[in-house]
Write a protein that binds this ligand. Structure first.
Ligand SMILES: [Cu+2]
Length: 232
């Protein structure tokens, strides 16, 4: 059983594993700190003990404990960096083989989807833009979906929880990211950066379909949005 939303992406499990690793280190540090704080309170509360000493931490025997804590924290940081390196590399580097290339544009308060049109190339005249609140982005399963993420106004954050992908959308910048969904279904896209009064309504969906369903969808979409110059 998992406490997370169902993972349906190729790299989701690696992110979940990292989460548990980091949680283990943080929980350990947390309980050790609590113990150091609370244990002396209990041990010395009821007994007659000498007045507390004021310690500046410069003496070797005191400084030792500062060093141990510091080295422990640094070591756990390096372990996390080492373990996450491959996952980070995989998610950060866009796959050379993009099966589908789309654009996702954030605006107060909607996610706008741009499909590349019949030529499969973004930024050409046959692109089709879907700008409707709560609309769904159709994608095929088991395909590398590479998307260009932009914002028209303020900073938003694209969060596709089921794939463990979260990325800020920044005005004036195009960020390229990717995901690969392995299971058909309807998954939430939410904005995770407070972006104005209707931030909470900025909810769209990803519809992961079989390649046939996806082809059927794009065929009818492109047919309905033929450029005016096209004739048949
Ligand atoms: Cu937003």
């Amino acid at each position: 059983m998992s406490i997370f939303p169902e993972n349906v992406s190729t790299y989701g499990q690696a992110i979940d594993n990292l989460f548990w690793l980091i949680l283990a280190f943080v929980a350990f540090a947390f309980f050790v700190s609590l113990f150091i704080l609370i244990y002396p309170l209990i041990k010395y509360s009821s007994k007659k003990v000498n007045r507390a000493e004021y310690i500046t931490g410069e003496k070797k025997k005191h400084f030792k404990w500062i060093t141990i804590a510091l080295v422990g924290l640094l070591l756990s940081d390096f372990v996390i960096l080492y373990v996450e390196h491959d996952t980070w590399g995989e998610i950060e580097s866009v796959p050379s083989k993009a099966d589908v290339r789309i654009a996702i544009i954030a605006r107060q308060w909607n996610w706008i989807f741009v499909y590349p049109g019949p030529d499969g190339v973004l930024g050409t005249t046959d692109d089709v833009t879907i700008d409707e609140m709560n609309s769904s982005l159709h994608v095929p399963i088991n395909a590398n979906i590479v998307f260009e993420l932009r914002s028209q106004d303020v900073i938003h954050s694209f969060f596709l929880a089921n794939t463990r992908l979260k990325q800020d959308a920044l005005p004036g910048r195009t960020v390229i990211r990717w995901f690969n969904i392995t299971k058909p279904g309807k998954y939430d896209i939410s904005c995770t950066q407070i972006c104005g009064i209707l931030h909470s309504k900025m909810r769209n969906f990803v519809l992961a379909e079989t390649p046939e369903q996806y082809k059927h969808f794009t065929d009818s979409l492109y047919n309905a949005n033929k450029p005016a110059t096209a004739s048949n």
